[in-house]
Ligand binder design. Structure first.
Ligand code: GDP
Length: 421
């Protein structure tokens, strides 16, 4: 396909997950090179360095070299790698380690539109593979393509591939996730990444690059109801500026807006954003994704943590949430555990009132328990010490997620399932 003009390119944010050593970094290095993100010259340099040190070249060195540049402050962004496919701009949300990935995902700092789940052909589907699949589902990542890597280790044998394809497809289907493709590749040798492998003549599905190109771009956040979590309120002269990022929906001068949980309302008088428009031009509307500074037609006192919306579609203000979460901390989560809940820019103390169910993500079975242990998933009811504005994740995937803190550290996270009062 012919490359698409810059203005028409669409952005897709992806993550690559899978059991450690199944070839995540190798695939990323290969993708960066084959999409032109890393020049041949750089590649030769790295190969030379490896040769001089007497070690075999690894594609993952490309990532290490990027990391080194970041450490020297050459690349500004620390957690995102960008490259292009023929019709998409891809942001790869880099997840250095498992815990890091979870933290990024649940705090919402990094929200992926799509994911690759990687499996080593010689190792097959492992517990960690299933857990990652489960987390993708839990976090609402709906587009998942499976990559069966290291096909060279199994002689590019179709039967091995089909067995893995069947097993993982059934597992994902059990979660309600349809794999958009299951792709046999060898990341190290290059088969199936940007060109069809000659050693898999029995496969006629997409390459990794084609699968990337077919992912739906970033969810049309603008089509959802207006949600702007308030990050800060500044006072300038006599003006009060309400600042935040528009997570979903859009906003224009003259709109009536409501802040929740306070329930206060006002009309938008002026809008500022970045980059600042040329002198003489005034901003009158903003879309999802934009950072906004608003002034209002009347003096109302609102604070960080409130969510700005429209009167017709406002989030509930509540002190009782049902949350599906996964738990990372050493000590188990049980009735009576006291936490901090963070949702968008709001935070509140909370206590666990009920533990509803616990799920074993490895086997998708539910069991009775009153506590959720490390790396387990469960549903709980939380009582908050102060009301916050919340949307169930089913209504708004952007704002319907929470992070849970214990002793100043992120101890878990998940989705708001329902708002209980
Ligand atoms: P990660 O932990 O998932 O990031 O895995 P790496 O990308 O670091 O790869 C782990 C090991 O598997 C490295 O030694 C790679 O060279 C090797 N590896 C990665 N892809 C392939 C492949 O397609 N074929 C073979 N035989 N080895 C591979």
């Amino acid at each position: 396909a012919a490359p698409v003009a810059a203005a028409d390119r669409q952005l897709v944010r992806i993550v690559i997950v899978g059991h450690v050593d199944h070839g995540k970094s190798t695939l990323i290095g290969r993708l960066l090179h084959e999409t032109g993100g890393i020049t041949s010259q750089k590649l030769e340099q790295l190969k030379e360095i490896s040769a001089r040190r007497g070690m075999p070249f690894e594609w993952s060195f490309l990532l290490d070299s990027l990391q080194a540049e970041r450490d020297q402050g050459i690349t500004i962004d620390t957690s995102q790698i960008r490259f292009q496919t023929p019709s998409r701009d891809i942001i790869l949300i880099d997840a250095p380690g498992h815990a890091e990935f979870l933290r990024n995902m649940i705090t919402g700092a990094a929200q992926a539109d799509a994911a690759f789940l990687l499996i080593d052909a010689a190792e097959g589907v492992r517990d960690q593979t299933r857990r990652h699949g489960y987390l993708l589902h839990l976090l609402g990542v709906k587009q998942v393509a499976v990559v069966v890597n290291k096909m060279d280790r199994v002689g590019f044998e179709e039967a091995t591939f089909r067995a893995i394809e069947t097993e993982i497809s059934a597992y994902l289907a059990g979660l309600g996730v349809r794999a958009s493709a299951v792709i046999p590749i060898s990341a190290r040798e290059g088969d199936g990444v940007s060109a069809h492998g000659t050693r898999t003549p029995w496969y006629d599905g997409p390459t990794v690059l084609e699968a990337l190109d077919r992912f739906e771009p970033a969810r049309a956040a603008g089509d959802l109801a207006l949600r702007m979590p308030v990050q800060a309120v500044y006072k300038f002269d006599d003006r009060r500026i309400v600042a935040g990022r528009i997570e979903t929906g859009s906003l224009k001068v003259g709109d009536e807006v409501v802040f929740q949980p306070s329930g206060k309302s006002a009309v938008v008088k002026t809008i500022e954003s970045w980059p600042v428009p040329p002198a003489g031009q005034e901003l009158t509307a903003l879309d999802a994704g934009a950072a906004a500074g608003l002034t209002l037609d009347r003096e109302i006192f609102v604070e960080r943590g409130e969510i700005l919306s429209t009167p017709a579609a406002r989030p509930h203000a509540t002190r009782r949430l049902r949350v599906r979460l996964f738990w990372l901390a050493e000590e188990a989560l049980e009735v009576g555990t006291s936490l901090i809940v963070r949702l968008a820019t709001s935070e509140s103390r909370a206590t666990v009132a009920v533990v509803h169910e616990v799920v074993d993500p490895g086997h998708l079975s539910t069991f009775e328990s009153r506590r959720i242990g490390r790396n387990q998933v469960g549903e709980v009811e939380l009582l908050l010490s102060r009301p916050i504005a919340a949307d169930p994740h089913g209504l708004n995937p952007r704002t319907g997620r929470v992070a849970l803190e214990l002793g100043g550290r992120i101890a878990g996270g998940g989705l708001v399932i329902s708002v209980l009062d």
